[in-house]
Design a protein around this ligand. Structure first.
Ligand code: AMP
Length: 572
């Protein structure tokens, strides 16, 4: 295993599976922290050369479960004299059959990433794409072909693909391939490969018809069903469970909308990989959220600092991988978000168990890609609880929600009383206007203020730039217009507070400050502390050692086209 800084170490769980260093490096580079349950079970088995039937849906990490050991077996095989070559050309030694063109592209791309640094090559072949291009790629010689049955057969018939060197064969989403009527094609293709090859079959469901294929083509296969632990429904906390079906490309924007709608007071967002955690933190912070990363690539000291900021309510959102979240002692989370569907029902149960503790109802929200619906189903059937499928909030939903929050703020103010000083204004206006109209005008002003003028920016699509507006800060302190919550509070040790002489009235938003500071001063948004925007000024917390650089850099630049005062906050 690699030594040195924690962030480059191979994830501990992976290093016990028997994978070669080059593959461990590849998964580390992809930000994986530990194998998913299906990977833990299948990788050692496939490495041992066994045939295998595994029940695993999309989203469980099944591609890596078959691709990593396949690559390794081909690497080992290549070491045997000339195994991979025929007449100087590489022979195809790995074949993955998949039901659709999309899946062929995805699996080929993923396999290519896992094979980085191994010298193993991959080519996808699927219908609907020019034959010539695929023929040229195959002609150059390739180790692994990922293809749809129809197109693979085409290539066999044209003799552009020879399968007599195949050592490892994978039937991916075999149940889907049967549903699509590929049973005969599969038989024909398998018959064109050497009988001593290793065959593995992956399927989300195991209909009886699949058994026929397995009986004909697999030799004494091991069977893996990802453990279906019995979870007594009573043991699960009270949690409202909702899933939004969102294509991958829209996930970031969808999460922001849902966050705005839900206004969580403290939330944990789970991602699968370190890289996803870092990217999401950057995106959210650039849009004015206060998010912090927690993942296994960070030093213990860094994680503790993040947790301290979260507990002190300087961050509203923790974005974490499962591994890193495991050691966290956080109570009273209002929300748990699954940025991806977790790779197994047990992981889901573990995650949502972090909300809804101590008798309070929690909320668990999952963003799922449409392809992952089966995995959601299997979670439902294991937990025996329903996951409500919802649509991402629209702009008008958000507007309604904002009005609700404004109304709640006004109600709080009414209950708090202490209105004598302003009642006189109402009385004098009541002479000229209807009292209801006076109240409506005042509500409008308050609403515009609380919403930070966001209505102007609303667009229905895309929602990526949808601003944060209805959340925590202003909800907590209605009617406190100009001084940010903790302005005047001493800065945390090691951080400096920078005063910027422009605020809300100048149209400054958190994203402007974060953008300007990260661009001009060369620090990352993760190093920034609290960003507060008051009417006429803003305060940004930066690491003490970067304070002077930030001040110098910001003095040389302009914000929203204007030069503004930049200095250390005098309260510091
Ligand atoms: P699959 O089920 O193969 O479609 O994989 C679903 C997603 O999980 C893909 O985006 C993979 O990159 C990701 N993934 C696979 N294995 C892991 C792992 N061990 N840790 C984190 N993410 C993973």
């Amino acid at each position: 295993m690699a030594t040195g800084s924690r962030s480059t170490e191979a994830p501990a769980g992976f290093s016990t599976l028997g994978l070669a260093d080059s593959l461990l490096k590849a998964v580390t580079a992809l930000g994986y922290e530990e194998p998913t349950p299906v990977q833990r079970e299948t990788i050692p088995l496939i490495l041992s050369g066994q045939d295998l039937i595994a029940q695993a849906a999309t989203g469980t990490g099944k591609t890596a479960a078959f691709a990593l050991p396949m690559i390794q077996r081909l690497m080992d095989g290549a070491a045997e004299a000339g195994a991979g070559r025929k007449g100087g050309k590489r022979r195809t030694r790995g074949l993955v059959l998949v039901p659709t063109r999309e899946l062929a592209m995805q699996v080929a791309e993923a396999t290519h990433k896992y094979a980085r640094g191994t010298g193993i090559s991959v080519v996808p072949v699927y219908g609907g794409a020019p034959m010539m291009q695929q023929m040229r790629a195959l002609d150059r010689g390739v180790d692994i072909v990922v293809g749809t049955p129809g197109r693979v057969l085409d290539h066999i018939r044209r003799q552009s693909l020879g399968l007599d060197g195949v050592q490892v064969l994978v039937l991916d989403e075999a149940d889907e391939m049967l549903d699509m009527g590929f049973a005969e094609d599969i038989d024909t293709i398998l018959e064109a490969t050497p009988p001593e090859r290793q065959t593995t079959l992956f399927a989300a469901t195991m209909p009886a018809r699949l058994r026929g294929i397995a009986d004909r083509h697999l030799r004494d296969p091991a069977r893996i069903t990802i453990a279906r632990e019995k979870t007594a429904a009573g043991k699960l906390p009270r949690v409202r469970q909702v899933a939004y079906m969102v294509p991958r490309a829209h996930k970031g924007a969808a999460l922001q909308r849902v966050l705005d709608m839900e206004s969580p007071t403290s939330a944990l967002v789970f991602c699968r990989t370190r890289i996803e955690v870092d990217t999401l933190v950057e995106t959210l912070n650039a849009h004015g959220y206060r998010a912090e990363a927690i993942h296994g690539g960070m030093q213990q000291r860094q994680r503790e600092a993040v947790m301290a900021r979260f507990r002190a309510a300087k961050a509203d959102l923790l974005i974490a991988t499962d591994v890193a979240a495991r050691g966290l002692d956080i109570r009273q989370l209002s929300h748990v978000f699954n940025y991806d569907v977790p790779s197994a029902p047990e992981v889901y149960i573990h995650r949502i168990g972090r909300t809804g503790r101590a008798g309070a109802e929690g909320v668990a929200i999952t963003l799922a890609e449409p392809r992952e619906h089966r995995l959601l189903r299997s979670i439902e059937s294991m937990t025996k609880q329903k996951i409500e499928i919802a649509t991402v909030p629209t702009v008008s939903d958000l507007r309604a929600r904002r009005l609700e929050l404004t109304s709640a703020s006004i109600r709080e103010q009414l209950v708090a009383g202490d209105l004598d000083s302003v009642r006189v204004v109402v009385q004098s206006l009541a002479g000229e206007f209807d009292v209801l109209d006076v109240a409506a005008a005042a509500v409008k002003l308050v609403h515009a203020h609380l919403s930070d003028g966001e209505e102007r920016d609303e667009r229905d699509v895309p929602s990526a730039a949808l601003p944060r507006d209805v959340r925590g800060r202003r909800e907590e302190e209605p009617g406190r217009p100009s001084r940010p919550r903790d302005a005047g509070r001493p800065s945390a040790a090691g951080t400096a507070r920078i005063y910027i002489g422009a605020g809300r009235q100048a149209g400054i938003r958190p994203a402007d400050l974060v953008g300007a500071i990260t661009n001009e001063a060369g620090i990352t948004s993760r190093e920034l502390g609290v960003v507060q925007i008051a009417d006429r000024f803003s305060i940004v917390e930066v690491p003490e050692e970067a304070a002077d650089t930030v001040i110098d850099a910001m003095k040389r630049t302009s914000l929203r086209g204007q030069r503004v005062t930049i200095r250390r906050d005098r309260q510091t």
